[in-house]
Write a protein that binds this ligand. Structure first.
Ligand code: PHE
Length: 346
């Protein structure tokens, strides 16, 4: 019997050692230690032995049991550790998941560009409210009461209890001119970037919500020549090439004289090479915005003496500039909220 037990123990330990996984180990446990196991069968005969034999065999059986249980426990821990390690295993050579970087909106990029250029030219950056009084948006900048721009078609009116203090979503950044001038005495040079609103049908070049960029320079002897020089310096810095500015007579209530201003085409370079150019439709010039010498009525609305100062103002759409710089073909992309649009520009 002793021999049989020792043989069984050796077999069991060998089997445990060779077990490949936890299921196999469990089968081995049942085989050697379970109710119908060989150990149970072998120890059945013990009760028939005499006392002296029992004293010999008993401890051997106990030792065999202990040895097998210990071996099982150790092997189980070993297999568990191996399984955990497998689960935690990381292939450090595998390609990583790409981290997507955030980015600035193309309009923010353009605005920062413009602000940088103007601040180096000594301009201050000025801000104003988007919900504006009728006074600052229209009356103060000499827009006549019957002017079509005040009409329901262009302006978003805000419903107010008091009809004497009507409010609008500002239709241009020109609304900030008199606000600023009431608080400051010339000379000064400022730029006013900001969001403006117009009640318009949208298409690839029109949005109801867009951005403008106003410049206002006021002093004792500011002239159209100053405007031309500053505009040319600015656009050359912005497009990083030599840009010419062209003025065409036009009308805006808040300037006299007033102009529309164009720059030579950034794609073909100008009228000499414009034939067939898609950007300027062959004429060599791109329309940018409005400009002019500040109307004396605007100075008077701000509290300045008539004819005491001279100044120029200009305004243009930021989206249009961004579209030219980044070759974006539809203004509606800017507010589409599609991250794929912005992610292309850094
Ligand atoms: N406010 C004008 C517009 O919205 C632009 C402009 C600004 C024209 C300043 C002249 C001077 O179109």
């Amino acid at each position: 019997m002793e021999e049989a037990i020792q043989k069984m123990q050796a077999e069991a330990l060998a089997a445990i050692d060779a077990a490949q996984d936890e299921d196999a180990l469990e089968r081995i446990r049942v085989t050697y230690m379970g109710k119908k196991s060989r150990l149970v069968a072998l120890t059945k005969g013990i009760k028939d032995l005499d006392d002296a034999q029992k004293r010999v065999v008993g401890p051997i059986v106990q030792k065999a049991k202990q040895a097998i249980v210990q071996a099982l426990t150790r092997k189980r821990e070993e297999l568990e550790t191996a399984r955990d390690a497998q689960a935690e295993w990381i292939d450090v050579t595998a390609p990583g998941t790409k981290v997507r970087r955030g980015h600035l909106h193309p309009l923010t990029l353009v605005q920062r560009d413009i602000e940088n250029i103007f601040t180096t030219m000594g301009f201050a950056i000025v801000d104003g409210p988007e919900v504006e009084t009728e006074f600052y948006n229209f009356d103060a900048v000499n827009v006549p009461k019957e002017h079509p721009a005040r009409d329901m078609q262009d302006t978003f009116w805000i419903q107010t209890a008091n009809n004497n203090a009507r409010q609008v979503l500002r239709t241009h950044t020109t609304s900030v001119q008199v606000r600023y001038m009431q608080q400051h005495t010339p000379p000064f040079r400022i730029i006013i970037p900001g969001r403006v609103f117009r009640q318009e049908a949208t298409d690839s070049t029109h949005e109801h919500t867009f951005h403008q960029f106003e410049a206002l320079v006021v002093g004792d002897d500011v002239s159209v020549a100053n405007f031309l020089d500053i505009a040319q310096s600015f656009f050359s810095a912005f497009f990083k090439k030599d840009i010419k500015v062209r003025l065409r007579p036009s009308y805006f209530p808040f300037v006299e004289p007033g102009f529309e201003f164009d720059i030579n085409c950034t794609k073909c370079g100008g009228p000499e090479n414009a034939k067939g150019c898609s950007a300027c439709k062959g004429n060599g010039w791109l329309e940018i915005g409005g400009a002019g010498m500040v109307h004396q009525n605007v100075f008077v609305a701000a509290g300045y003496k008539r004819n005491r100062y001279q100044g120029f103002a200009w305004g243009f759409g930021l989206e249009r500039l961004a579209m030219m710089k980044y070759k974006i073909d539809d203004i509606r992309h800017f507010h589409s909220g599609d991250v794929r649009v912005g992610a292309q520009f850094r």
